[in-house]
Write a protein that binds this ligand. Structure first.
Ligand code: PMP
Length: 385
């Protein structure tokens, strides 16, 4: 942690005259600070004031399976999914979590059999989100164990397959890949929002995970939600969170609800006000950044980026290819360890091995503040082999 803190400190002191060359650019984490300027302009609509006697109780709605879910957050989530058209909410149980990270663990707990002779296999197609193996195994659970790349899984045993779509780290749309009938699917839809991908249909899966971290950029509020078809699974997920943290911060839920409602309001009023909605703003920013990083990469033979075919977004009507939250950059030619190579050039990224992939790849966050992103696009074409 101390090294990371130092690196962050170095990054933020980048205002020195030759900062463009000497400063370390830390794009290892997907910290979504790029939306900060938008929210600064929405102070009036999105500020929450909380008197000290509010939110004292553990309980929010004891009639709900998820008794710590604030009703205001549930209606804000339902409304936003309807406005965007990215997920079915009818006949679903809602479970709120401290980020979708907690819901991932709650879902594993809920779907792994508790009376099996050994832990259940957990797989995801490589390159997979680097936290999955860590979160699956860090407590050395008797319920589940990380079993790696779903493309390689051929055991005749029950399994849980994580489907991340669009995928972290590479941005592609995904379906489940294991051929077998013994699987339980968990869909991580953190990036199924119209600034990152054309919305094609409302997602309609058994267990779907979402988070404000990547949808609105409020990662620090630590709010995620699960839409779950089966009431028993929703109950077990709730039990996990009850044992783990006895619920989820009400202050955070109410803040998240206010922000989600403000986004839906702005989408509803978009035609009258002519102002950019959050999704207009974030889409334009992502499109601009992808244009800039592609231009930077095209100036050199050393790197390449994935390409995405355009499709029409049912929410915005725009025709575009994926604009992922991360650039999955490949070092072409001789370089075998792209993370090390970029680190020598003072760009911190996360190397392919963390994602079950080749070291020729790195994941670079596209969600940083503007000055860091600008430094990246200046530095990449200047690198020599
Ligand atoms: N799933 C994916 C695919 C992610 O990229 C992230 C954040 N990096 C998460 C889950 C975790 O999000 P949260 O901040 O809600 O815990």
């Amino acid at each position: 942690v101390s090294t990371r803190t130092q690196i962050l400190a170095t990054t933020s002191s980048g205002a020195s005259p030759d900062g463009a060359k000497t400063v370390v650019i830390n794009l290892d984490h997907g910290d979504p600070t790029m939306y900060e300027n938008f929210w600064k302009q929405k102070r009036a609509e999105t500020t929450v004031v909380t008197p000290s006697w509010y939110h004292i109780s553990y309980f929010s709605d004891i009639k709900n399976i998820c008794w710590f879910l604030e009703p205001g957050l549930m209606s804000a989530i339902t409304r936003l999914h309807k406005v965007v058209g990215n997920a079915v909410t009818e006949d679903r149980h809602f479970v709120v979590g401290t980020g979708s990270s907690q819901l991932y663990q709650a879902a594993l707990y809920a779907v792994s059999p508790h009376n099996a002779s050994g832990p259940m296999n957990v797989v995801s197609a490589a390159p997979f989100y680097s936290s999955y193996p860590l979160m699956t195994d860090y407590l050395k659970s008797g319920l589940h164990k990380w079993a790696g790349d779903a493309n390689e899984f051929n055991k005749q045993e029950p399994y849980i397959e994580l489907v991340t779509s669009p995928n972290n780290p590479d941005g592609f749309t995904r379906q489940n890949v294991v051929k077998g009938d013994k699987g339980i699917l968990i869909h991580d839809l953190a990036y199924y929002w119209p600034q990152y991908t054309p919305i094609l249909v409302p997602a309609d899966y058994d267990i779907m995970l979402f988070t404000v971290s990547k949808s609105t950029g409020h990662a620090g509020s630590r709010i995620g939600w699960a839409l779950v078809k089966d009431g028993e699974i929703a109950k077990k997920m709730t039990t996990f969170i009850e044992i783990n943290t006895i619920g989820v911060s009400k202050d955070s839920q109410i803040r998240a609800a206010k922000i989600l409602q403000a986004i839906s309001d702005s989408c509803d009023h978009a035609n009258q006000t002519n102002a950019d909605t959050f999704f207009d703003y974030s889409y334009k920013l992502m499109a601009q950044r992808w244009k800039q990083i592609r231009e930077a990469v095209n100036k050199t033979e050393l790197f390449s980026l994935p390409n995405f075919p355009p499709e029409t977004c049912s929410f915005s009507g725009r025709n575009f290819g994926q604009l992922p939250a991360f650039a999955w950059l490949k070092c072409e030619g001789e370089v075998d360890d792209c993370e090390k190579f970029l680190r020598r050039n003072k760009i911190l990224t996360r190397g392919g091995k963390h994602f079950g992939a080749s070291m020729k790849y790195v994941r670079i966050s596209m969600l940083s503040r503007e000055h860091e992103f600008k430094l990246l696009t200046q530095r990449l074409p200047a690198i020599t082999s």
